[in-house]
Design a protein. Sequence first.
Lengths: 451, 317, 214
Amino acid sequence: MKCKSLVILLFVCGFFALAAAEEGSGPPDSTHVDSIPPPTPVSMLTARDSENDHGHSVTLMWELSTDDGAGQNSVLSYEIFRWVPFFMDTLQSIRDSLAGAEGTIAEQLRKRRDQAIAMIPGAHKSYPEQGGWRKIGTALSGQSSYEDVGVKDRGSPDYMADHTDYYYLVDAVTADPAIRAPSEIVGPVQSFGQFFNTGRIPVFVAVLVFGLLTILFVTRARRGAELYVRPLAGIEAVDDAIGRATEMGKPILYVLGLGSAADIGTIASFTILGRVAKRVAEYQTKLIVPCYDPIVMTVAQETVKAAFLDAGRPDDYYEDIVYFVTQSQFAYVAAVNGTMLRELPATNMYMGVFFAESLILAETGALAGSIQIAGTDQVAQLPFFIVACDYTLIGEELYAASAYLGREPILLGSLKAQDYAKAAVIILAALGLLAASLNWTAFINLFSVTS
Amino acid sequence: MLDVTFGIPLVVLSDVGQAISLLLIGGGLLWIFIRSLKAKEVDRRVVFLFIFFAVAAPILFPITFQEKATPIVKKLFDKVESLPAGSKVLIAFDFDPAMAPEVQPMANAFTRHCLVKGYKVIFMSLWATGQALLTQTLERVVKGEFPEKQEGVDYINLGYKAGNEGVLNVIVTNFRMMFPTDVNGVPLDSTAVFDGIKSCGDLDLIISVGGGKPGIKEWVLFVGDRVNVPMGAGVAAVVAPQLYPYYPKQLLGLLGGVKGAAEYESELVKHYSRFEHTDTPGLRMMGPQTLAHVVIMAFIVIGNISYFIGRRRERRR
Amino acid sequence: MRRTTIIAMAVVLGLFILSWILRSASYVTVQEHYLIGGLKVTFSAFLTLAILSFLYKDNPFYKFLGIMLLMRLSRNRGWLARWPLAFIVGTTAGLNFVRYLRSDFMEQVSATFVPLFVDWKGVGYFISHFSLSASGQFVAIVANWVIFLGVICGIIYFFFSKEHKGVFGAASRVGIWVLMITFGASFGYTVMGRISLLVGRITFLFRDWLGWIS
């Protein structure tokens, strides 16, 4: 106990975060030269805080120059300038010095940097004195908007402070960079983050609806309401398959797949294994469960032991029913194939997460003359199981099977909620079809998620 | 020379060897068909031999077919073709040597297309093994066929970064936080390629080449849908069916397996004469691929006929 | 400094794992060796998570959560670790929920909003401009109908709350046909993938080993 406390204390006192290096930014802009007539500048320049973000961003919009891509003084690009206080150069030189500094000098530089950063909002209030215009970006001809995006990391040269007055202007630039027309200056504009991203309202509504449905049905299931789940052909065949194995006096092979204990497919497989093990215990048939994952093995052992206890035959359970093989994919398959060809099981069950080895397993089982029942949520492996096995639980049927057999409130409730969500999708698809045919763009736009 | 036109693939037989191999395969299939009609079993090893021969013969005696790009490939090609000059394109090499025979021809084709159009190309990989394959493309395609392109100006290699979806989560808002320098240690800010790029949202097109996890699904989930950047994909054949739901809304186009690679290569050759003599492994592999598929289809048909005949015989007894 | 710290921490944790494994191997079976190793890795993951929260977050709230996570090592205060774990699980679930619901649900649902009649200009125009090419109107209309009916019937097949009888049953059968055709296409794609790997191997044999081809 004392040793443990010491270890904890050591770790807690041991380590602290340190930040690291920075970069610079560009020089001030150029002045205008009067030689040939400049193009017409952009008009109606507006600047506002960018919507639906975490702040540190301003969106500029303007009406294109009348010389945009045409006319005598063809505008080829737009250069965007932001007013920046002069002291930002000092801040930048502090950041540059940090790159090579170490120890206490670096600490002092960081303090000065942080002090300088804290002065940024105030410095912007000294506009138009104590600062100059700095080019921050370029837009091509035809573009009438630009998003000035900064970062929230205070140590970065791209740091853009929120709740700070910013001023912008846009230059319409011709092929000769010296020939340009500046716009009216726009500002002050402040950036700030939004609490709620309105572009994701459709997702929010879907989350709410689906969440409420799940809570509703799980609650109903917990209160003992009868929630109907239709019978599945694969599960109904399990009892017949176990009976076949008992009559033939041959074992049953149950493969849990190559997933970990955290995979949903494996968890569903445990429920089905429990059901199979209980029947096996009742009929006193031999059961073989080779495992790929050690954690899965331990859970499977507990499941089978509990099933044997449930069937009233705890003494028939022995450790070697469920055993670990290897965590190498094809070595595991080789071992299971060897077991199939030696033991010649009457029934093979593949329930869980499978990968490229699925066809090898199913083919070898077919060669051995076993009846095969498979179930996986791996879409890429379903074709192989469907071709080589007698019954296949396709994708979600595997989860439905575990809900059907286990009758656990959470599984049943979430299955019901999913069914209602599917019904909603069918109705929405039908409405969407009408909307697309009759051009109801308002309905279609309800489902567009921006940002 | 056997020459067939009007919508039927143009088979180019360059020498007697091709004719003999085709005759042997055809003759062998006929023999199997006759055996199956007589309800005689065909050893599995004969089937394996046929597949081997169907693949080996077109490799030894090259048979090529004309490829016409299907809409799902053409859309991606047209998008790459129509981007404005100086566009920034990211190509992610998210595959390992096991998938390379299928997807590396795609990656090379994308690279050629982007460089010939004068785009700025950003190369990166989310797979540790992808970096070596990326280097192969840089050596053979970029430096070999486009010696005038300069690293840092026309293209940049960011290399591999560990973190799978975590990497995507960061670069979607800030590239430099995840990649402060390129693979050679050059700061991104000092490169012309990254001028004006702060995050994935500033890119004009993202192409993910691969087929596992992390792969195109993660790119769509974490980047494409989040910042509405146009996305394209080139994937291994095994994975392609799972990605069709993302087309055409979330993915502009999808190249599936060697067929997709062959279609893209044929479009490239059609549009740019400089690639006429470039190695096109996708097109080259379609010869053995097609012949193997024909043999497999013949086996399926023969097998089914034999099954139904056998069942009828059983009923008569 | 941070990098050096992380590497040192990784070395220390790695030695911890090895020492635990060595100690336990003397009296447990090979099977349990994996289990114990797995459990010790879990402890190390907790420690790493806790320590990284110190290194990477200036916010004292995260430091506090990190300390609570470290309480996992304590017998009496171990329950405190459940709170930051709940925070981690909840955050991950919440982020992934939105991500998958958007990309795999909303976008897919809106992708099924296809018009029944594409660019319909009337029956006369349709007949006069009839075309079986991929870009033709007829094919586009058939494709849209197949997408719509295939999606609806496929979803009906996976409906578990109602027995598949009558019209519902018929739609479910159409759904399973659509699914089987999809799986057939997927199977074909996989065969293509395997054949291309075989082509790669045989090319290697003929070119790099036997030198029969250049």
